[in-house]
Design a protein around this ligand. Sequence first.
Ligand code: ATP
Ligand code: MG
Length: 453
Amino acid sequence: MKKTIEAALKEIASVINGGGKQAYLVGGAVRDMLMGKKIHDWDIATDALPEEVTALFRKAGGKVIPTGIKHGTVTVLYRKNSVEVTTFRTEAGYSDGRRPDSVAFAATIEEDLSRRDFTMNAIALRLPSGETVDPFDGITDIKAKIIRCVGKAQDRFAEDGLRPLRAVRFAAQLGFDLEQNTKDAIAGALPVSAKVSPERVRDELDKILASPLPSRALLLMEKTGLLELFLGELAACRGVEQKGYHSFDVLEHSLLACDYAAKNNFSPEVRMAALLHDIGKPATKKMGANGAWTFYRHEEISESQSRRILRRLRYSNAFVDSVCHLIKIHMFHYTEDWSDAAVRRFIVRAGEDYLENLYCLRRADTYALNAAEGSPALLLPFIKRVEKVQASSRVFMLKDLAVSGKDLIAAGIKPGKQIGIILNELLETVLDDPSENTREKLLKIAVNMNERL
Ligand code: ATP
Ligand code: MG
């Protein structure tokens, strides 16, 4: 296991050591360093109080921001580096399952490590020597790729309902397994997890979807009951058989699509859409006349359920709208006999900005039919056709029309509702035949139409 302490970190430690205090690198940085991974931020633990840390760094010419002063944390900016420095802590009382009622400072690094969540996150490196402090055998667990609670799992999860979600998230990020007791303790802590704020659940879900294999976490969530708790609509897709072209039930299909999106580095919107795109299937499943299951208009139910889920988890409006739009338009069945007008209408409905993501979603969906890469022949002809139509005319939205509402008013049409109706009709005309998109032709059509309205 590798560990090299960077010079910049030694410089920071020397400021703390210069005040006669201890400095340890702790948390994810140590875990990631031991695994030979890239480190994204530094956390330092010290026996110096926040005021002492502040004074030491200001004296040394650094900047100090009291980021989490109540929890003993300050952010230090020193010689172009930024680190979080936290005074050794213990935590007392978690009456609401979300955050400790009070924070008490601790005397030793060992005591500080004992309040941390998992053994792999409870290792400290003394600075500047790099000497390891590993009272819970975190290094052994990292080598064995195991996530294990520090202390008794039931107690640790009862203190903080976020920890079970962190456990499954780390499993997906690192490719680790949950140690048996740790896994078994999650079900008993579900009422505590239920109290975690939606924003924190969302942040964990985002990290799961950004991981190399989201299904690793999502399947653990299913086994432990976390999926039912936070994404019950998805849990309900288990056992919903589809047959036909599909080899898997709806949940398995959704997980495969999501993994494919992650593996191919698709955007967060596509990953989420891949996970939720068929969530309306259980509600729309019916036996068709020929004895096959049907899911008519499931994309509409999937869209509305997804909107509810994503709002519940406090996703931004922009993110919710993008994901839901992708889900709404994911069912299209292109054949070569589509007219140019039909292709243009499709582009308008999808929106040019969405096409790239829509192709990605389609690839993920196709892959997840039977866990095999779809033939390029399935999507490529459509992409080529869209490109051809795009190259032949740029008229796809109201703003692309050769006339505006103002022009119509200038031509004598009364301002009001009819302006919008006429503009939309003009767009339809131009989608059918782009050569109609001249000022002269459109004004003529508009005036005619106005007389009939
Ligand atoms: P990441 O790579 O996601 O940043 P991390 O391990 O650094 O992983 P942070 O959320 O940054 O995670 O937390 C830093 C450290 O604080 C953790 O390694 C762990 O020791 C401790 N910690 C964080 N959250 C909790 C928690 N809910 N309960 C106990 N300890 C925690
Ligand atoms: Mg971190």
